[in-house]
Design a protein around this ligand. Structure first.
Ligand code: ADP
Length: 572
């Protein structure tokens, strides 16, 4: 019963295309993976740009926090004066404290005492006399007065000051003031202590220090990444760093959180920006993945090709075994029968005796050739095959091969014509036996694949620097797509006479090997139904390794004789 339902046909199709299925099984997931990876990398690029920017922002914030921490700590230390000091009129204690512990970062320290006068008594600390002194009208005095003004107003109103905190007054950028209101137990303002900030100290000492301190925390390789900080005041004048005409995207801007609130901190990295880092990362990752995928695919293709070749080879080898067995079995059976008949004296007529004898001789020769082919093949495969190059007359080789073939040709009704055209070909360095074997294989094929045709032509000619030996038949011919493959070991054209004509599939691969050892090539010119011409071309200039007439040598200068038989044919 024939199984030609859809499942059966599908199963057969799948069996036939195993390698393609294996390829698809690897490639499809790979393509999906690559696609997913691309999407992930794209997403990563976006988030890492944001993260990179956030890191820069955090760095600037850390500098701001460092500055804030410094001034708050300084204010806490210097300006937290107990209310009793004012209530008991012990202002000299304040001066003594400030003398003992000078306040870094302060250009001027002052107090406004509301315990003695309703509108406050204003005193600044004089560093020379180490005392609190009254001060004359000046811009500085105006700044202090206007900064203390809200507290003065509160005092006059006798209001309660709850939730007190250190405050900052930067209305006059030349006199930036930190104020600490001091209250009694009933939250009434007793005094205000304050400090005017030393701008130069901030610019030249505190800020560079804060920048230095924060950098390694955020960017261990800060200097390499080309990060640079600028600080500008409210008018855009550069206070720190070097001015760069920077691309807007590369700049991260931040402000100081406590004092110097009108100054800006600008970070820019002249080597790259977060967006560029992310883009570069993306490009590197995509390139690496593509490279890896390409390598992988190439590896898979190579592996699959090797597997395909191995599969085909194993198929051909099993065909080879069955072909050779067939080819041995039939003539051996006949030889045995004829031998037996002769031994038993059953054949009386001398003609029959001669006929049987001829058959036995002919078939034994053929079998010897076949075995020689197989042995040669095995020697070549294992690298043990050697060639003996000697000055050799190619015409003689051709003639003697044809002669040894004569009986076989005649028996099969063939006529073989040798045509030597042009001037006689010169002697070349060659292994005559090997050339004879090659020619023999071509003639054998011409006979086997001649179909009904019975004419074979052999043409010997000198063509430029080459000697060409062409064997032409008028038989079945070879389809164009097969013409390269027939030189592969074990390959036999699977159409036409292949089932009737037995063979090993080794003949042409041996021919090709022999010709290549001689530095030449073999070509085929064929058309299905119209016959084939196989041409051996041997270079004339070939020297024997030991010189003409020298001792027999093995191999040639370009010695493929020790290699294995190539699988890729060299057809026309
Ligand atoms: P074999 O002849 O033992 O099969 P070969 O290697 O000599 O092995 O030839 C390989 C195949 O090439 C043959 O099986 C045949 O299909 C094809 N071939 C060789 N010579 C001829 C020819 N003269 N005409 C047609 N086909 C040929």
């Amino acid at each position: 019963m024939r199984e030609d339902g859809l499942p059966a046909r599908l199963a057969a199709f799948l069996r036939r295309h195993t390698l393609w299925e294996a390829f698809a099984a690897v490639i499809l997931p790979l393509v999906v993976l690559l696609g997913l990876q691309f999407v992930w990398l794209k997403r990563l690029q976006e988030t890492s740009a944001i993260a990179g920017r956030a890191a820069l922002d955090n760095y600037l914030e850390a500098i701001g926090s460092e500055v804030q921490y410094f001034y708050r700590a300084a204010a806490e230390r210097a300006l937290n004066i107990p209310p009793e000091v004012f209530e008991e009129g012990r202002l000299d204690q304040v001066a003594a404290q400030w003398t003992q512990k000078p306040v870094k970062g302060a250009a001027r320290l002052f107090v406004v005492d509301f315990t003695q006068e309703m509108y406050g008594s204003y005193r600044v600390y004089d560093e020379e006399s180490h005392r609190l002194i009254a001060f004359p009208a000046s811009d500085e005095a105006m700044a202090i007065i206007s900064a203390a003004n809200p507290w003065q107003a509160l005092r006059v109103r006798r209001g309660r000051a709850e939730n007190l905190a250190i405050s900052v007054d930067e209305r006059n950028p030349d006199f930036r003031i930190i104020l600490n209101p001091i209250t009694d137990d009933a939250f009434r303002i007793v005094a205000v202590a304050g400090m005017i900030l030393d701008v130069e100290f901030f610019r030249r000492t505190l800020l560079p220090e804060a920048i230095r301190k924060s950098l390694p925390e955020f960017f261990p390789r800060g200097a390499e990444e080309g990060l640079e900080i600028m600080v500008k005041d409210a008018q855009g004048r550069l206070m720190l760093g070097v001015d760069h005409p920077a691309d807007e995207a590369e700049v991260v801007i931040s402000r100081f959180p406590f004092v110097f609130g009108d100054w800006t901190l600008i970070l820019h990295s002249h080597s790259s920006s977060p967006v560029r880092w992310a883009r570069a990362n993306f490009a590197i990752n995509v390139t690496l993945s593509t490279l890896l995928a390409t390598l992988l695919v190439s590896g898979i293709i190579l592996a699959l090709r090797a597997a395909d070749r191995a599969m085909r080879l194993s198929q051909m080898k099993s065909d080879f075994v069955s072909n050779v067995s067939h080819e041995l079995r039939t003539p051996l059976a006949s030889i045995r029968v004829f031998g037996e008949l002769l031994r038993l004296g059953r054949v009386q007529s001398p003609e029959k005796v001669r006929e049987y004898g001829e058959y036995i001789e002919r078939e034994s020769r053929r079998l010897s050739r076949l075995i020689e082919n197989i042995l040669d093949f095995s020697r070549i495969e294992s690298g043990r095959k050697t060639y003996h190059f000697e000055p050799c007359d190619v015409r003689r080789v051709v003639e003697s091969t044809l002669q040894s073939f004569d009986m076989y040709l005649k028996h099969n009704g063939f006529t073989a014509r040798l045509e030597v055209s042009g001037e006689p070909p010169p002697r070349i360095a060659a292994d005559a036996d090997a050339l004879g074997l090659a020619l023999h294989n071509l003639l054998d094929n011409a006979v086997k694949f001649s179909g009904d045709a019975r004419a074979i032509e052999v043409r010997l000619a000198r063509e430029g620097d080459e000697i060409s030996i062409a064997v032409r038949d008028h038989g079945v011919g070879i389809p164009a797509e097969e013409q390269r493959k027939i030189f592969d070991r074990f390959h036999r054209v699977s159409t036409g006479l292949v089932h009737e004509v037995k063979g090993s599939g080794l003949g042409l691969s041996l021919v090709q090997h022999i010709v290549q050892v001689h530095g030449g090539r073999v070509t085929v010119d064929s058309e299905p139904g119209r016959g084939s011409t196989f041409t051996l071309r041997l270079p004339i200039g070939l020297e024997t390794p030991a010189g003409p007439g020298g001792p027999p040598a093995s191999g040639t200068p370009s010695d493929p004789s020790r290699g294995t038989l190539a699988e890729g044919g060299q057809g026309a």
